[in-house]
Write a new protein. Structure first.
Length: 314
């Protein structure tokens, strides 16, 4: 069965705890409110949220041959994310991150690089792209991504009439070169403002978005955190506000925003409508720990998009 969405890129296992405002001294212990362990990443987290939003989702990534791999696959299977295109790499650990979330929802990261950064784009993945409704490319910076295979993946999706979005893991030394090759094939590029500033040197969101559109993306949507999102098109700019909620953890909000945006677009939403739904999905994720937070399904997100108070009006 072909997938609605093919998500390509990073998969990690996140281990989160909150609130952690400081490490206890020596061997002492403290009680915290909660601990969560869940798959995440620009592709893994996106795929999990997309599946919860009701989309048939397939993941192109890689995991290691360890206990974390077995747990990651179990959670994906529970949510019906197809991992048949995500191989287990012998001799490598699964990528993982420890996140101590403080009382304000901020999260320093302790990341162990693993198999996910060694993923490859296979012939099977290219064939799957030719049957997907949407391709979410989030593998920029992967050590083993062959440029020719990447081009064929994007071409297969484009020739099949699929829409294409792109997100960043973290802009490394090859990101600008990769984006120059990728963005002309992308419908919507969805970086954070921090990533856009790193790539362009512009701290002003509009200027940063314009610079990224000049690389070839038809639309650039900057994720602005609590300030919402900026939509940049050939016709100008539009800001969609975030929602006023009590934040617990913002770890996967960016990936959740991307998945919510795609879910709304595949249902026929405009750019602004899709960003509003995406903001509602991110707001639900922010109210709990980890990739899913308090998110349950598309209907819940749609209801919140229609009823929550925008942060700018709060």
């Amino acid at each position: 069965m072909s997938a609605d969405i093919l998500a390509v890129g990073l998969t990690t296992l996140d281990i989160l705890g909150a609130p952690i405002d400081a490490l206890p001294p020596e061997d002492q212990g403290v009680l915290i409110n909660g601990i969560e362990t869940i798959p995440a990443g620009t592709a893994g987290g996106f795929a999990l949220v997309a599946a919860v939003l009701g989309l048939n989702t397939s993941l192109v990534s890689a995991v290691g041959d360890d206990r974390m791999c077995r747990f990651v696959r179990m959670v994906f299977a529970e949510h019906r994310v197809d991992t048949s295109l995500t191989p287990t790499l012998p001799g490598f650990p699964t990528s993982a991150t420890i996140l101590p979330i403080d009382s304000h929802g901020r999260r320093p990261t302790l990341h162990a690089v693993g198999a996910s950064m060694l993923m490859e784009i296979t012939e099977a993945a290219i064939a799957a792209a030719a049957h997907a409704r949407h391709l979410h490319y989030a593998a920029i910076g992967g050590f083993r991504i062959d440029p020719d295979a990447r081009a064929r993946l994007l071409q297969a999706a484009r020739q099949a009439g699929a829409s294409i979005t792109c997100d960043l893991i973290a802009p490394g030394p090859t990101a600008a070169e990769e984006l120059a090759a990728i963005l002309p094939h992308v419908d919507v590029f969805l970086p954070s403002l921090a990533e856009a500033t790193h790539l362009t040197g512009h701290t002003d969101p509009a200027q940063a978005a314009n610079a990224l559109r000049a690389l070839g993306a038809q639309v650039c949507i900057l994720k602005l955190g609590r300030a919402g999102a900026l939509i940049a098109t050939a016709d100008g700019h539009e800001t969609v506000p975030a929602f006023d909620v009590e934040t617990v953890d913002t770890t996967s909000c960016g990936d959740a925003f991307c998945a919510g945006f795609v879910a709304a677009r595949l249902r026929g939403g405009t750019l602004a409508e899709s960003c509003r739904l995406a903001a509602a999905v991110a707001a639900l994720v922010a109210q709990g720990l980890g990739t899913l937070g308090k998110l349950t399904d598309f209907a819940q997100a749609a209801h919140n998009a229609a009823t929550l108070t925008p942060r700018s009006a709060a």
